[in-house]
Design a protein around this ligand. Structure first.
Ligand SMILES: Cc1ncc(COP(=O)(O)O)c(C=O)c1O
Length: 467
């Protein structure tokens, strides 16, 4: 639906605007504009209620990795619903799907892990990890070691703790967040944050020094953990430069902190390895995954915990009496059965191998857009990428955010039957991992049309000179 079409009375769009609150949406604008109502999906394609077809270039919200119409996942859910639709894990109860799933996750973990904690969303996974950081340091006799550091522009979720971990303005503004004790450092984005002439190596060293200085300033005895997305997603698909994690991890080790990898986007093949931790050379103590774990067919998240942490929290739970974290739906059998089936599909269909064979077409096709007057930087790995639109390609000068160039381009892509996601003026791509070469090419053809429309608009408005 184009941006100036008001919903017809009693249409699904009007009924939605009258009744539904939408996340990450301007609520006031939505009352006028209404939604695009998606009705069905198959493979990488979705169809709206007017019969328009779109390539789903963002796998929904970075999540439906195996695409739409995976009958095996549907069957796994319905079989489990018929057999045992619910059981919980408290008080020494369990069930087969969750036991199988935990073992499968431990088998594929990118670094040795000891146990799996289950929750329902990435936010709850990160929230649980933050709670476990605090529990761990209490148990270690260092209750003051509870500050947690993450990146500005990181997105770790939206519970109170995970929103505090996140470094996004919109997660904090008017909510009175972050909570005390959540600190944020410069994101590892060389294109935007490097000083003039600074090499990637020097930039990485400077950021590691910044982290070290922050910890020294706060007092290392008060800083318990560092959270990172191996590749930052919602912050604009930021791929840290070589040597960044090596240097950052040396600082974390020096100050005896825990490292948590938030792999909610990057796990299960997205970056060309099963885990982004492997792609980026991380050695986390805990690892959070969600989204692709069930290919988004049903809510579930998993927090992998290594022996260093588990052994300590197990002792502490014995002292307290129970481990006091609990969700009614932790390890829900239907979610666990779907995730178990999804992991089987990743393995049987060699999804990682497929991502590797598609990466040159995907990244190569997007990089070819660098010839376009609006494209400043193209960055990514595997099948996740960001294309940053700029006013001046040679200097990287950004557009005034009030011009909303990225959102305009996003809407034009939709007009051309392509769903992407504007993060400011970075257009992000995260298609289902099952996408094929022809679909990648079609996605890029459609995106180039959206870029041309955006350029036309900027020329018409006198923002950019016609060449
Ligand atoms: C890296 C990362 N962590 C955590 C989350 C939060 O996950 P959820 O929306 O399932 O709570 C997201 C969601 O996009 C994410 O991208």
């Amino acid at each position: 639906m184009s941006e100036d079409t008001a919903p017809r009375p009693n249409s699904p769009e009007a009924r939605d605007a009258a009744s539904v609150i939408h996340p990450l949406t301007n609520l006031k604008v939505h009352l006028e504009k209404g939604p695009v109502v998606i009705e069905e999906g198959k493979g990488v394609w979705v169809t709206d209620n007017h019969g328009n077809e779109y390539i789903e270039g963002m796998a929904g919200l970075w999540c439906i990795s195996l695409g739409y119409g995976q009958d095996r996942l549907v069957k796994a859910a319905s079989d489990q619903m018929a057999r045992l639709p619910y059981y919980h894990l408290t008080n020494h109860k369990s069930h087969s799907p969750v036991i199988d799933l935990a073992e499968m996750l431990l088998d594929i973990a990118p670094v040795p892990m000891s146990k799996i904690w289950f929750a329902n969303s990435g936010s709850e996974g990160n929230d649980s990890a933050a709670r476990i950081v605090w529990y761990y340091w209490n148990a270690m006799g260092k209750p003051e070691k509870r500050k947690i550091i993450a990146h500005q522009r990181a997105y770790h979720g939206n519970t109170i703790a995970s929103a505090s971990l996140s470094g996004m303005h919109y997660n904090h503004a008017s909510f009175g967040l972050p909570l005390d004790g959540f600190l944020h450092i410069t994101p590892p984005h060389h294109y935007r944050y490097a000083q003039p002439g600074e090499s990637e190596e020097d930039f990485a060293t400077r950021l590691a020094d910044e982290l070290d200085a922050l910890i020294e300033d706060e007092g290392p005895e008060t800083v318990g953990a560092f959270f990172t997305e191996p590749i930052m997603g919602s912050g604009g698909v930021i791929v840290p430069p070589p040597t960044y994690y090596e240097k950052i991890q040396a600082v974390i080790r020096k100050h005896n902190m825990l490292l948590i990898a938030d792999e909610v986007i990057t796990a299960f093949g997205r970056t060309g390895n099963m885990f982004g931790t492997t792609t980026m050379g991380l050695e986390p103590d805990m690892l959070v995954c969600a989204k692709g774990l069930s290919s988004a067919y049903i809510p579930i998240s998993a927090l992998m915990i290594n022996a260093r942490v588990f052994d300590v929290i197990a002792e502490e739970s014995d002292k307290v009496g129970v481990f006091g974290l609990s969700f009614t739906y932790s390890g829900h059998p239907v979610s666990a059965a779907v995730a178990r089936e999804a992991l089987q599909i990743y393995a049987e269909e060699d999804i990682v191998g497929h991502v590797r064979s598609m990466e040159p077409h995907f990244m190569g096709g997007l990089k070819a857009l660098r010839d376009h007057p609006l494209v400043g930087e193209v960055r990514g790995k595997g099948l996740v990428a960001g294309v940053e639109l700029v006013r001046d390609k040679t200097t990287g000068e950004a557009f005034d955010p009030l011009l909303t160039v990225g959102p305009y381009c996003n809407d034009r892509a939709e007009d051309h039957g392509l769903i992407v996601r504007a993060i400011g003026d970075t257009i992000s791509f995260c298609p289902p991992l099952i996408i094929n070469k022809n679909e990648i090419e079609e996605m890029i053809v459609r995106f180039r049309k959206a870029l041309d429309d955006t350029l036309d608009m900027l020329i018409t408005q006198g923002q950019i000179a016609a060449t």
